[in-house]
Write a protein that binds this ligand. Structure first.
Ligand SMILES: C[S@@+](CC[C@H](N)C(=O)[O-])C[C@H]1O[C@@H](n2cnc3c(N)ncnc32)[C@H](O)[C@@H]1O
Ligand code: SF4
Length: 388
């Protein structure tokens, strides 16, 4: 019989799907804003959708709210405030809740950042990507280096002490020195958090069809090792594949995903994972993907609703938890999946024998080899062919 904890943490993700321009590497559910941003219509739709989901999460306080995109910073502070007020009227918030908003440096000004803070945003995530103008141009960004630096400055002036910078490496024709210079520049602004992603070429993007020349795998590996050493010099610790933070400044919201907590996603294409506290069943579902269809649906039917079966739960847990640099306790595996540890012991033993998992009695953690070959390690937990 599953044995979930009664206090399974719950996060809220709010998807705001519009951008000024679509970046050629981006496969997120983001769409160029054509005319006016339908702010009011969209926020009404979000709150209606939240009403529909309330029975699923009644009496469970939120530990985090994340406005992701798209480019949430296209929305006015008044709209963000109205959404947050609507959430507060419907759900309980934990006292130290983390409320993050993703901002694109090409869409900000001082007044707007101050107003976001007054609206209740207490963490910013700035999509900088690189501080080199030629790279920013290749990446199709709407901002240059100067604007990126200005955005960071005004975020700090507006009182955002807790902020993240998104950077990417392995960029077209990038050298090792250029990648490291980007990290030095980012960390000179003393962010509490750095997300440092290797650029991946995703299907359905312009880069997939017009592939730029990327650094070799060996060079990217070199960048990763050298970059991690630089980040450490600045006092940030790696806690996930691409995430680094100061002590106790990990992103609560993302950490909850990786620790297999629950989350409700609202907005076009948003995904949810909710555990029914009475039956202990884990359900996943998503929302209508295209913003236009989402806005104009008479009834916002959730899609792809699926109860996650045992074998899939094991794989999904591993897919998330093994991303965490220090892993998780084995106790968390049972708490979050309801599956006894003995059921996966043979798989764990094989992974340990191959040197991919640490041989530790209470902690599930990948070794250095496991981190290098993370996909192989995760695949060991794939359900038997055909799934469950
Ligand atoms: C959902 S995006 C939102 C950020 C915001 N829209 C922006 O671009 O400024 C979050 C981050 O994912 C990263 N990202 C997006 N596409 C990527 C790709 N193909 N490869 C690696 N990282 C990517 C970027 O660093 C980006 O800032
Ligand atoms: S601004 Fe962000 S979400 Fe929008 S297209 Fe670019 S990377 Fe994607």
């Amino acid at each position: 019989m599953p044995i979930f904890t009664a206090d399974l943490p719950l996060s809220l993700y709010i998807h705001l799907p519009w951008c000024v321009r679509k970046c050629p590497y981006c496969d997120f559910n983001s769409h160029e804003v054509k005319d006016n941003l339908p702010e009011t219509l969209y926020l009404e739709a979000l709150l209606q959708e939240l009403d529909d989901h309330l029975p699923l999460v009644a009496n469970r306080p939120l530990i985090s709210i994340f406005f992701g995109g798209g480019t949430p910073s296209l929305f006015s502070a008044q709209a963000i405030e109205q959404i947050l007020n609507g959430v507060k009227q419907r759900l309980l918030l934990t006292p130290r809740i983390e409320i993050t908003l993703e901002a694109n440096p090409g869409t900000i000004d001082q007044m707007r950042f101050q107003a976001y803070r007054q609206a209740g945003i207490n963490r910013l995530s700035l999509g900088v990507q690189s501080f080199q103008d030629n790279q920013l141009q290749t990446l199709g960004r709407i901002h240059d280096r100067t604007l990126a630096i200005k955005a960071i400055d005004i975020a700090k002036q507006a009182g955002f002490t807790n902020f993240n910078i998104d950077l990417m490496y392995g960029l077209p024709k990038q050298s090792l020195d250029q990648a490291l210079e980007d990290i030095h520049t980012a960390l000179s602004f003393q962010p509490t958090h750095l997300s440092w992603y290797q650029l991946t070429i995703e299907p359905n993007t312009l880069f997939y069809h017009q592939r730029p020349t990327l650094p070799s795998d060996d060079l990217c590996w070199e960048m990763q090792l050298a970059g991690q050493a630089v980040i450490q010099q600045y006092g940030l610790q790696q806690y996930e594949v691409s995430a680094y933070s100061l002590v106790e400044k990990q992103c609560v919201h993302n950490q909850n995903y990786w620790e297999f907590g629950d989350y409700l996603g609202i907005g076009a294409g948003a995904h949810s994972k909710i555990t029914d506290m009475k039956t202990n069943k884990v359900t996943r579902f998503s929302q209508i993907k295209h913003p236009h269809a989402y806005l104009h649906a008479t009834k916002r039917q959730i899609q792809n609703k699926k109860c996650v079966e045992k074998n899939d739960l094991i794989f999904e847990f591993m897919l998330n938890a093994l991303r965490l640099h220090h892993g998780v306790s084995y106790a968390l595996f049972t708490q979050r999946t309801g599956i006894a540890l003995k059921d996966i012991q043979p798989l764990l033993n094989t992974a340990k024998q191959r040197g991919l998992l640490l041989d530790h009695p209470t902690y599930l953690r990948s070794t250095a080899l496991g981190k290098r070959f993370l996909n192989n390690l995760m695949e060991m937990f794939l359900p038997p062919s055909g799934g469950s």
